[in-house]
Design a binder for this molecule. Structure first.
Ligand SMILES: Cc1ncc(COP(=O)(O)O)c(C=O)c1O
Length: 406
């Protein structure tokens, strides 16, 4: 047997991000705060991406961008190769981010609606879904996920169908894979959700921004690939920004096979001036999709190891709290019910007493805080960082939370 060769990619060395104008590290109450909240990684982008950006900078002229063929080919090749989803050039609408895309799509649905537009979401879910829905004047239609005894979120299909059948429900915003839990929906679940939506005339908008971050050995099934009917009626949202840590480059794609639906969304993009992208986003995407594959596969190994490390550390030092089982993403969804504080209280305590900034689980509920009294006892912890940084974060967490057991 030959020993495995060491990874040529360095995910272990911490990178000083303070002072780089970085939201994650520069927006905290003190320089000593350890941020493990917002979903960006503390890793450099793959080397080919850095080289492509440097080359573009060296050119020195940064006028308006034309998205060239190579970009569309890179998207098509990536999705064909990695996700068995060939994407025709015409289906792709490049834009500056998934959240602006969601808002524009919802706007498109309100234009031809005679009443309020209801948008279904499976809660807890990515908090910007709520802000987009609210800002576009739509209604949040909640379909809560139900955790089973193992902490695996299940869909209450009866309730899901009741919500889809409401006369105002027009859109289902699917988070696939799911943020914050890292749950990967099965083909059976996806088909059942899709069929219910089709039956009630609800358009599925599948946000697949986390699709490349499956744990090793697992594959992602794009919603659009499940049936020809789904492909012809759904909207897929994708971006290299989570995968390769390029969020600041602001590049994303709206993928719509159906020409009429595409032109409706394109109109909304134009109306909101969201059709223009920047040169760095274009170069970054091309390099990442064409040359970032080996880096990504090494990253997925590293992330899974970090996740396992969290599991082990919790089991050893604070077994009262548990991290939910997950199959994708770098966001750990941690159930702290046994400690008696809600998510907001835990987040505040960790920040004030441990200088650890994590996300309160309550941010992933639509009617908590200023919007209502929904509560949970979760925190979400971003573990896309060197192991030594993760370890420091966990130590801070244990110092603050252990005394709560007594
Ligand atoms: C499910 C989901 N969608 C969208 C985004 C953000 O996308 P963008 O930065 O392209 O607006 C995130 C970021 O965490 C996310 O988790």
């Amino acid at each position: 047997m030959t020993a495995a060769s060491p990874s040529p990619f360095d995910f272990d060395s911490p990178i000083e991000r303070r002072g780089s104008g970085c939201f994650k590290w520069d927006s905290n109450p003190s320089a000593d705060t350890l941020p493990m909240f917002v979903a960006d990684m503390d890793f450099k982008a793959p080397e080919p991406v850095l080289q492509a950006l440097q080359q573009r900078v060296a050119h020195g002229v940064f006028g308006y961008t034309w998205v060239r063929d190579e970009y569309f080919d890179a998207v098509n090749n990536w999705f064909s190769r990695r996700h068995n989803f060939p994407i025709e050039r015409d289906w792709i609408l490049p834009t500056i981010g998934i959240v602006p895309a969601v808002s524009a799509i919802l706007k498109a649905f309100t234009e031809d609606a005679s009443s309020h537009v209801g948008v279904m979401v499976q809660t807890p879910v990515y908090h910007c879904f709520f802000s987009s829905i609210r800002r576009m004047g739509c209604d949040i239609v909640e379909s809560p996920l139900v955790a089973d005894a193992q902490g695996v979120y299940q869909i209450d299909f009866e309730q899901f169908e009741q919500q889809a059948a409401l006369p105002t429900t027009r859109v289902f915003l699917l988070c696939h894979p799911h943020n914050p839990s890292g749950r990967v929906w099965s083909i059976h679940e996806l088909i059942r959700m899709g069929e219910i939506c089709a039956k009630h005339g609800v358009t599925v908008v599948s946000d697949e921004i986390h699709c490349d971050l499956m744990f090793p050995g697992l594959t992602h099934t794009p919603f659009a690939t499940l049936t020809p009917e789904f492909k012809d009626s759904c909207i897929t949202l994708s971006s290299p920004s989570k995968t390769f840590n390029l969020a600041g480059l602001q590049i994303a794609n709206i993928v719509i096979a159906n020409r009429r639906l595409r032109s409706k969304v394109q109109k909304a993009l134009f109306a909101h001036e969201l059709q223009g992208v920047n040169p760095f986003g274009v170069e970054g995407l091309i390099a990442a999709y064409n040359e970032g594959e080996a880096w990504l596969d090494a990253l997925r190994d590293y992330l899974q190891d970090n996740y396992q490390y969290i599991q082990e550390q919790l089991a050893t030092h604070l077994p009262e709290i548990t991290v939910y089982p997950q199959q994708a993403t770098y966001l750990a969804w941690i159930d702290c019910s046994a400690l008696g504080l809600n998510g907001d209280e835990l987040a505040k305590k960790l920040l004030q007493e441990g200088e650890l900034r994590i996300s309160s689980g309550m941010g992933f509920l639509p009617f908590s805080g200023a919007h209502g009294d929904q509560q949970n006892h979760f925190i979400r912890l971003n573990f896309a960082c060197p192991r030594s940084v993760l370890d420091e974060g966990l130590q801070r967490m244990f110092r603050v939370l252990k005394p709560l057991r007594e």
